[in-house]
Design a protein around this ligand. Structure first.
Ligand code: AMP
Length: 500
């Protein structure tokens, strides 16, 4: 294969020997690096034949499969822009993304072809089924070989829409250099080599599973156990022949409930990584007690790839997201001024990982991406004396009660430490006297725990204005696929708590 040096594929395709196994799959044949990239070239040829020109978007809403990975690689190979969509999106949501991104090609599950086809009259529709069948792979079979379309470092390789917790979902434009540089950094800091076998159980429509897991494994020339989704039995079964797991915090809490998670089972594993949502200190501690491994927590987002990571060799501090990655600058601004050490403010990052802006939203881009390259993440946090970053929540989740700022994370940490509490989410909802009233939504491990006991435990721990005005109990917190607690949904549910 012949790739331009700037081309993401030049980096991704260079590492694994053609005969080496890239992926093992439950009940399916192994796939070698040679087969993976030969398939990607066939996809590239098929997309080009279907009219794809460099810079065109390929929108994809399909189940996780090796063919879907080949479609990602093939799109980039052909100079296209890969645009994956969450499989849970409804027709009307897909219609928004298609009208916004105007893809040249749209690939969907054949089971949804009739529903999706009318949504994109200007795009060529191809199908890809969960088992790898469909019109895309049928057409690809007739092709062999494809020469990569040359791309510059800043040319787009992907657009990933943000989860859109406020307002319209925005398309984050990611360049070849954004993806290549971040994946190379992660491969190096996490020490991935061809000897690694990564358990890949994350979805591939999100930055975590697509870029962190897939790109890092490819760049290292490593192998993956490619699982269709999160299944604790399958992960426990894969561990003895694996070296690393990348997961969201819920992977870890659910695995802790599995009796098969023993020191014996993890004896071949060298690294457990968590990200996409905060990992509870309790989960970190339980994991270490059970397995002897300290989970390595890192922090990133769709727009920036990964920003910080706990160290591989040094102290992995629970409750923190570690130190800025090599090449990534991080600062905390408070009322527009640099914050002092330990002071909470908004996290900004700058580096080769930071995206190119929001697709067709110059206004939004200008609001969040400064002309000198600093990206305003919207996350609030602080940096301690050793440079470790702690995230206290999203700026929009911060509560202002009676004129005082309440950082939900601080209150959640205190509640989570109360015996009998599994986890909590603290939100602000409209309050007639205070503007916003603090509400705690708590998941109990012990059903006899009462609101009064929680209030009592908080009395001497945190200032009165931070204490919840009401505590509610739920069997579990609402979460999205990536394990993020849906605070917006909680705020909507309890919006009338103090005003109705
Ligand atoms: P997404 O763009 O969907 O990947 O979401 C990115 C957001 O997830 C970040 O802006 C953070 O708010 C949150 N996030 C990611 N990793 C962590 C982490 N380790 N701890 C706390 N929040 C995180």
């Amino acid at each position: 294969m012949d790739y331009d040096a700037n081309h993401l594929l030049h980096r991704l395709a260079g590492a694994g020997a053609p005969g080496k196994v890239f992926a093992t799959r439950p009940g399916l044949p192994d796939v070698t690096y040679g087969e993976l990239f030969a398939g990607a070239e066939r996809m590239a040829a098929t997309l080009t034949e279907a009219g794809l020109a460099p810079g065109d978007r390929v929108a994809v809403q399909v189940a996780k499969s090796l063919e879907a990975v080949q479609l990602y690689l093939g799109t980039v190979l052909a100079g296209g822009v890969f645009l994956p969509l969450n499989t849970a999106y409804t027709g009307s949501e897909v219609a928004y993304f298609v009208s916004d991104a105007t893809p040249r090609i749209l690939v969907c599950d054949p089971a949804r072809e009739a529903e999706i086809a009318p949504l994109a009259p200007d795009a060529t529709l191809l199908t890809l089924a969960p088992d790898g069948g469909g019109s895309l792979t049928d057409a690809a079979r007739d092709h062999t070989g494809f020469r990569a379309v040359p791309r510059e470092a800043d040319d787009l390789a992907a657009i990933l829409y943000t989860s859109g917790t406020t307002g319209r979902s925005k398309g984050a434009m990611l360049s070849h250099a954004n993806l290549a540089s971040n994946s190379e950094t992660l491969r190096d800091v996490w020490r991935f080599t061809p000897d690694d076998v990564l358990i890949h159980a994350l979805p591939i429509f999100h930055t975590h599973g697509l870029f962190v897991a897939t790109n890092v494994a490819l760049l290292a020339g490593a192998s993956v156990h490619f699982l269709p989704g999160f299944n604790p039995d399958a992960i426990v079964a894969a561990m003895p022949s694996s070296t690393a797991l990348m997961g969201v915090p819920t992977f870890y809490t659910r695995l802790l409930d599995h009796p098969g998670l023993t020191r014996d089972c993890v004896s071949n594993m060298r690294l457990f990584i968590s990200g996409s949502a905060p990992l509870l200190v309790d989960t970190h501690e339980k994991w270490e007690a059970r397995t002897g491994h300290r989970i390595l927590e890192r922090y990133g987002m769709t727009e920036t790839n990964m920003n910080t990571s706990n160290p591989y060799d040094g102290d992995r501090r629970p409750g923190t997201v570690g130190l800025p990655l090599p090449g990534v600058e991080l600062r905390i601004l408070r009322d527009g001024q640099p914050a002092n050490q330990g002071e909470i403010g908004v996290i900004e990052v700058r580096g080769p990982n930071v995206f190119q802006g929001y697709w067709q939203m110059p206004g939004k881009t200008a609001e969040e991406l400064r002309p000198d390259g600093w990206f305003i993440t919207g996350d609030q946090g602080f940096v301690d004396a050793d440079g470790y970053v702690t995230i206290v929540g999203r700026e929009k989740d911060m509560i202002i009660s009676g004129g005082f700022n309440v950082y939900p994370k601080e209150v959640e940490n205190v509640i989570d430490a109360i015996p009998g509490v599994k986890e909590s989410a603290v939100i602000g909802v409209p309050h007639p006297d205070f503007g916003e009233g603090v509400v705690a939504v708590v998941v109990r491990g012990n059903d006899s725990l009462t609101e009064a006991e929680i209030q009592d435990a908080l009395k001497h721990e945190i200032a009165r204005f931070k204490q919840p005005k009401q505590t509610l109990f739920l069997p579990e917190l609402p979460r999205n696929t990536m394990g993020k607690v849906q605070k917006k949904a909680l705020r909507e549910t309890y919006a009338g708590l103090f005003t109705d």
